[in-house]
Design a protein around this ligand. Sequence first.
Ligand code: URA
Ligand code: CA
Length: 433
Amino acid sequence: MRMVDIIEKKRNGEELTSEEIRFFVQGYTEGSIPDYQVSSLMMAIYFQDMNDRERADLTMAMVESGDQIDLSGIEGIKVDKHSTGGVGDTTTLSLAAMVAACGVPVAKMSGRGLGHTGGTIDKLESIQGFHVELTTEQFTKQVNDIGTAVVGQSGNLTPADKKLYALRDVTGTVASIPLIASSIMSKKIASGADAIVLDVKTGDGAFMKTYEDAQQLAHAMVQIGNNVGRNTMAIISDMSQPLGFAIGNALEVKEAIDTLNGNGPEDLMELCYTLGSQMVVLGGKAASIEEARQQLQEVIANGKALEVFKRFVEAQGGDTSVVDDPSRLPQAKYKFELPAKSSGYIAKIEADDVGVAAMLLGAGRATKESTIDLSVGLVLHKKVGDEVTEGESILTIHANSENIAEVKEKLYQHIVISEEKVEAPQLIKEVIT
Ligand code: URA
Ligand code: CA
């Protein structure tokens, strides 16, 4: 087989065979096919697209390029959730405990990553003593005993995707639905998921800015999952403003605990119920979305979800007293209010830029080497659509420095108040089952 023939075939809009797809993925991973040929093929795919079979084959070729996590020691259907980024998204922490309390095992492999705030692991590490270094045996046993565990990324998962994503990044070929969908799905499948729930975000703070793109991506990923034997569902949710109230690491852990107590922000609770319902159905513990939602509401009301979270924190070495008293989480030295400059209605809280403001305080990582300040961040008191009067606080800034002029300026620039009444955006835009 010659790579140049594969490139020309795709350039001419023809379908690639399974063998051809495996050939280029393997060859590129091993280094026998050079960057310039693969970047040419990526551009051909960008323009000519791939059909459902090609997308499924590409996904599985990337899965098979490296290690695959074996979760067969865990009883039950392992359902994983993936969200395509967002600002202040604390969902994973509450959701894992809620779903586990309904009897569906949640075996989570997580990373630190770059962004406005830390990843799931960084957030959890704001609980004193919490660690994610578990052996496979400990990880398996903990999920069987308690229902959930979070472990740091290890092993050589989807090396083909790592190489391809880095190449796409510098060749103008990231924004291709078949390439994004197969990239995301390959990582979930290699991590051992039997079934997958996807939260595709749309809006200013999301990877997919337009609704049409989000829709296409969601449908593409559901199709891939179902075609490779992993039941997959998805939702499309709004990320035009941050999720919940808190943006920061310890602040989001507190918000997750509030949610498990049934006192979380309305949008975060709704998102947990919606995604959780899909996970409980896919995990085989409820026959319908409605039944699953009822079960989730029960484990919040009777405290079982909170109890699972507590046991999970304890099993991974964390100080469980923060669950009863979140004020024991790391606290920033200073709190500053951001008073509204005029009266009216909140028209915009631009998620991306508000996230950057949190990052300027030290809540996120700009490069792999930067350190994170777990205590700092923002807590919103208003969301889009809310009424506000001049001088009233829109949000509280939690900082470890008094020098926050730049942060304030950024926030004032990207939080818009209008004189006319504004509709709150709809959070769950579409449910794909
Ligand atoms: N996220 C991924 O993991 N892969 C892509 O290709 C794009 C976003
Ligand atoms: Ca939040």
